[in-house]
Design a protein around this ligand. Structure first.
Ligand code: NAD
Length: 496
């Protein structure tokens, strides 16, 4: 497979000194060596983007919209090819990969409303014949730094609105899954996006630092882990850049005694183990309210988790695939062993079933009696080991959920309107589900967590994205002859 940087509408053919391996998690084999950009190459990409972005920003809204519509059709037509690239580099199943491509379509569809969400305001004759109007302009070049777990959806969610309002983008995909971003560059070109408006540079921290420091990159979108997001937010802000960083999660699912327990158990298994639990919105912790609810839920859960099929990305029977890397597998297993040392009890441990395989598989596991003082409770575990925290009542469930450092998603399963209403009012999470286990909003609603699941107060997806990717200007204008005055006045201008 040939994957390179994508700059100025074409693959970058030159060589750089650094590279890194890209693996196929399903087999554990190295697929190829990926060339990493250096500072000089990042600078070249930014200069190309800045020139192309200027022309693109001056292109009519109608022509920009036409590209968005064509890209939507191309994404649909190329779903199978893209899903294959996602599966082979990320390890998720083809069905799961197609799911994320479907959500990427929402990003394009919503971006077609760019003209509507950026249109300005106008106030006539606010005083002395002066009219005031506001306009929003593209910022120029936007850097989009993406994680490994959604190789199509996240770059597209970041880039579509940035492009639609007239910017050029430089995408820095995760160095573990660069192929999908490379192919997206080819599709954007086919859709008619001018060369240099979508660019991709590959690499690690060195590339990210070069983007954070570059004077021609005023806006940074980041999705990834909390420590890296915090660094990117602080470093980018120190250069007076606008940064939105969406980071880690530890999503709690509360199950009330009145809930439909079959439904809740199925939802927990899908949302907890789907994608080998490598989703920021995965349910990590199950909080049954009352001992009886816990015991009944566990009885339903155990056979469901034992029935899950772990397999290669292209195994049609697989419910989920391998985790992304050998290092990630080690971290997940270490987190599980530590939890057991700390006093959690094992209800299901299927790791022995995958132990000898070369692929980066982790068996589906479930722990009971997890407590908030345990590491497994506090830290995000990006692999299929999930925990149960037993709580006495809704008060305790909400308190525990709100005490966690992360506030990405939180979910309640109940048949009680008042309990749900109270949960929505009191829980401190950015995305809340009521009998919905993965409450990722549709493209025209804001997406993003609270507390240490998000840095920066801007939203980069949904309606606020158009503001994030544009600068506001407010113009006060008066034309000679309309109440113009030729006398000197030293007082502060008033509109009276
Ligand atoms: P990561 O933080 O390791 O990497 C994300 C990006 O940052 C990659 O492009 C990587 O190359 C770069 N990077 C890594 N280390 C860096 C460093 N020290 N300095 C500068 N850049 C660096 O994240 P990941 O493992 O690829 O993705 C998983 C994480 O992403 C999880 O924590 C998950 O919760 C989070 N995530 C969050 C959301 C959300 O919307 N909140 C969505 C998807 C994933």
């Amino acid at each position: 497979m040939y994957v390179s940087h994508f700059i100025g509408g074409e693959a970058y053919a030159g060589k750089t000194a650094r590279s890194g391996p890209v693996f196929n998690p399903s087999t554990g084999e190295k697929s190829y060596d990926l060339s990493y950009a250096d500072r000089a190459l990042v600078d070249h990409a930014v200069q190309v983007a800045a020139r192309a972005g200027k022309l693109w920003g001056d292109t009519s809204q109608a022509r920009r919209l036409g590209v968005m519509f064509r890209m939507r059709e191309l994404l649909i037509a190329n779903t199978d090819k893209l899903a294959e690239l996602v599966g082979v580099e990320n390890g998720k199943t083809i069905a799961d990969a197609k799911g994320e491509i479907g959500r990427a379509l929402e990003a394009i569809e919503y971006a077609t409303s760019a003209a509507e969400v950026t249109k300005g305001e106008y106030s006539r004759n606010v005083g002395g014949g002066i009219d005031v109007f506001s306009i929003r302009e593209p910022v120029g070049v936007v850097a989009c730094i993406a994680p490994f777990n959604f190789p199509v959806m996240v770059p597209m969610m970041m880039a579509c609105m940035a492009l639609a309002v007239g910017n050029a983008v430089i995408v820095k995909p995760s160095e573990k899954v660069p192929a999908a971003t490379f192919m997206l560059g080819q599709l954007w070109k086919e859709a008619g996006l001018p060369d240099g408006v979508w660019n991709a540079v590959n690499g690690d921290k060195e590339v990210v630092d070069a983007l954070l420091e570059h004077p021609l990159v005023p806006v940074i979108s980041f999705v990834g882990s909390t420590p890296v997001g915090e660094y990117i937010y602080q470093r980018g802000s120190s250069f007076n850049k606008r940064v939105a960083a969406y980071t880690g999660g530890k999503n709690h699912m509360i199950v009330m005694p009145d809930a439909d327990l079959e439904e809740a158990a199925s939802a927990f298994v899908s949302a907890g183990y789907g994608s080998a639990s490598q989703r920021c919105m995965a349910i990590s912790l199950l909080l049954p309210v009352g001992q009886e609810t816990a015991d009944r839920l566990i009885e339903i859960l155990i056979p469901k988790i034992r029935g899950l099929h772990m397999g290669a990305y292209n195994d049609p029977k697989a419910d989920f695939g391998a985790v992304v890397s050998a290092e990630s597998r080690q971290q997940v297993l270490a987190a599980m062993h530590k939890a057991v040392e700390d006093g959690a009890t094992v209800l299901v441990d299927r790791h022995h079933e995958v132990a000898g395989q070369t692929g980066f598989y982790v068996g589906a596991s479930l722990l009971d009696h997890v407590r908030p003082d345990m590491d497994i409770y506090r830290h995000e575990v990006f692999g299929p080991v999930r925990g149960i925290v037993r709580v006495a009542d809704l008060d305790e469930a909400i308190r525990i959920t709100n005490d966690h450092e992360f506030g990405n998603g939180a979910v309640i399963y109940t048949r009680s309107g008042p309990a749900a209403h109270r949960f929505v009012a009191e829980v401190k999470a950015g995305m809340i589900g009521v009998n919905v286990a993965v409450p990722v909003p549709v493209g025209h609603h804001n997406f993003g967590g609270l507390r240490r699941s998000k840095f920066g107060d801007a939203h980069m997806f949904g309606p606020d994205a158009a503001r994030f990717y544009t600068d506001a200007k407010t113009v006060s204008q008066r034309w000679a002859g309309v109440e113009a005055t030729q006398t000197v006045s030293m007082a502060f201008p008033s509109n009276g």
